[in-house]
Design a protein around this ligand. Structure first.
Ligand code: ADP
Length: 587
């Protein structure tokens, strides 16, 4: 109520009486109060909107930081730094790495903290944090609704004097990956439910980022594994539980000549020829331990027989088989077996001759005339020499394999070597064979090992004689060719069938291993020639000699054009574990 009092006066100004009015102003007062209240509410709402907007901005910014990198550690550190701008004085994040221990990955503090308050929290996660990670439940100190009253609370983070703290688990896909802890040491109020919601939101985003980082790494690792499988030299075949081929790597394609298009997604039994018979013989183990058994089985690829060594390992999704092409090894094994057969035959024949001749000479029951004795003695000498040659071949091949061979590099006259070889061969050449020399007048010196060049020529000439059962002319020649000197031995013998021109230079390789033509040999001669010529920096090959016979040629550098070499360079290369001299393909 408002009371208004007024004096009422007469015309002369004399007071007559007083008049009092009582006015009810309740309505207006209420209206004013209502307006005040509304204004306050509006102010509060605006403040709350601003706060909410600020939180939204913070959460969005944190989300962007976490989403922009797959390296979650540095992203988490940046988010922690954002959090200490407004919401806390300290922000700490602890993470469990794939089954490892809980580890502190980020610690951030507000910039404006006083020095005293800026003591860092412990480097190791505290008991309370561990509990949050283990139980997956959160902690807030003081509890919601409980005022701090300046009382001390048991802090979550050790080492700092917190007035209020929140610790929430980082959860993704029902797993707890760590914890986020916020603490206020001086500024602001104790944490309330809004702060808790914010912390949980932030924790969720951090957990997602960690999970994504892990997934990303797993995918990368898988991609790496796939790349490895694509590049290993072993064939890899994965057959699922239903017998369908799920993986067929490039090596498998190369070994079997079956493209992945033909095999992938199809039943292994249908897609891989011979699989039905082979699969039962392949050892399959349940763990990929090393040293497990393998079988060597034949496989027909493109009409050619290949030998592959294969074994399998079972896993929950099926069986993975790894296989290698052993055709070359198998081939070499076969050649070795042939070699042992031929070499022992080769050794036995002269041995038998020597033994027979010696026995005959020792007999007392019949007398041999002078001529007879001499015949037997020269037979012994010849056959012993043959034995020596074979043994030398084997030794030399072995030395070449082991890389223990020194080669000289003195320039020498090629024509002289050719003449010596022909002269020496002429002495024991069969009558049906005519030896001929073709040497240019003007020849440069050759850079190489003279003895070894002679050996190569002797091998080639001996072969020419051996493989010319009907005789004919054998031409041994030498001529300059560009910067090189070219040697050749041309015969009119059996010749080399097409397609065998390179193989005859392989170790132990013989065109007629069963010796149906009655000509023996170790299969080492041309291998030795090839190795020696290649190691002297030259090349050797064979060409057909018109209609009949063949021409073996090799080229070596002429001495004048030889670049200055370190004196021992040629032999140094042959010691120790060094790559073999590069093979120049035969023409
Ligand atoms: P071998 O000890 O068998 O003679 P080589 O390595 O010297 O071994 O020769 C390999 C094979 O090449 C021989 O077995 C033979 O079949 C073939 N060969 C070598 N030289 C000649 C040639 N001049 N004419 C025909 N065939 C040859």
């Amino acid at each position: 109520m408002r009371e208004e009092v007024a004096t009422v006066r007469g015309p002369e100004g004399k007071p007559l009486y007083t008049q009092t009015l009582l006015i009810d102003i309740g309505e207006r007062k209420r209206a004013d109060e209502e307006r005040e209240r509304l204004l306050a509410a509006e102010r509060e709402a605006t403040a709350r909107t601003v706060e909410r907007q600020r939180r939204l901005d913070f959460v969005r910014e944190a989300g962007q930081v976490l989403g922009s990198s797959t390296d979650y550690r540095s992203a988490i550190q940046r988010v922690a730094e954002l959090a200490v701008r407004d919401y806390s004085d300290w922000c700490v994040v602890d993470v469990v790495e794939d089954g490892g221990p809980l580890e502190r990955v980020a610690v951030a503090r507000a910039e404006l903290l006083s020095r005293k308050a800026a003591v860092a929290p412990d480097q190791a996660p505290e008991e309370a944090v561990r509990e949050v990670v283990e139980t997956g439940g959160l902690q807030i100190v003081p509890a919601l609704g409980e005022a701090s009253n300046g009382k001390k609370h048991s802090a979550i983070l050790g080492g700092i004097d917190a007035r209020s703290s929140i610790c929430v688990p980082l959860k993704a896909q029902k797993r707890t990956l760590g914890a986020l802890t916020l603490a206020r040491t001086q500024s602001g109020e104790t944490y309330g439910s809004d702060d808790l919601a914010l912390a949980e939101d932030l924790a969720g985003r951090i957990a997602l980022a960690i999970d994504r980082g892990r997934l990303y790494r797993a995918v990368e690792e898988r991609a790496d594994a796939a790349r490895v499988v694509a590049h290993v030299a072993d064939g890899v075949l994965l057959v699922d539980r239903r017998g369908i081929v799920r993986l067929w790597n490039p090596a498998a394609e190369a070994i079997t000549s079956l493209s992945s298009a033909e095999v992938l997604g199809n039943s292994a039994l249908d897609a891989i020829p011979g699989w039905r018979d082979a699969v039962d013989t392949i050892p399959v183990s349940s763990s990929p331990d090393p040293g497990q058994a393998e079988v060597v089985i034949p496989f027909e690829a493109d009409g050619k027989e290949r030998w592959i060594s294969i074994s399998g390992v079972n896993f929950y999704g099926g069986t993975v088989y790894a296989f290698r092409d052993l055709t070359e090894v198998h081939h070499l094994e076969e050649l070795k077996a042939d070699f042992i057969a031929t070499a022992s035959h080769e050794l036995r024949t002269p041995l038998a001759a020597v033994y027979g001749a010696a026995q005959t000479l020792l007999r007392h029951d019949f007398a041999l005339d002078e001529g007879g004795r001499n015949r037997f003695i020269s037979l012994i000498a010849d056959e012993s020499e043959r034995l020596g040659r074979i043994v030398n071949e084997i030794l030399l091949a072995n030395q070449l394999d082991a890389g223990r061979l020194d080669l000289g590099r003195e320039p020498f006259e090629p024509a002289e070597v050719v003449e010596r070889v022909v002269e020496a061969t002429q002495v024991h050449a069969p009558a049906e064979v005519t030896l001929k020399i073709s040497a240019d007048e003007e020849l440069p010196l050759v850079a190489g090992d003279k003895d070894k060049v002679r050996q190569v020529l002797v091998n080639l000439v001996e072969n020419a004689i051996k493989y010319s059962p009907e005789g004919g002319t054998i031409e041994v020649g030498v001529a300059p060719h560009e910067d090189d000197v070219r040697f050749w031995v041309r015969d009119e013998g059996l010749g080399i069938p097409e397609g065998e021109e390179q193989k005859i230079f392989e170790k132990f390789y013989r065109l007629d291993p069963q010796m149906s033509r009655g000509v023996g040999g170790t299969g080492l001669g041309l291998y030795i020639c090839d190795e020696l010529v290649t190691r002297m920096g030259g090349r050797i090959w064979v060409e057909a000699n018109g209609k009949k016979g063949s021409t073996f040629l090799f080229e070596l550098q002429a001495a004048e054009s030889t670049p200055a070499v370190e004196p021992r360079a040629a032999s140094v290369e042959l010691h120790g574990f060094v790559p073999r001299a590069r093979r120049v393909p035969h023409k």
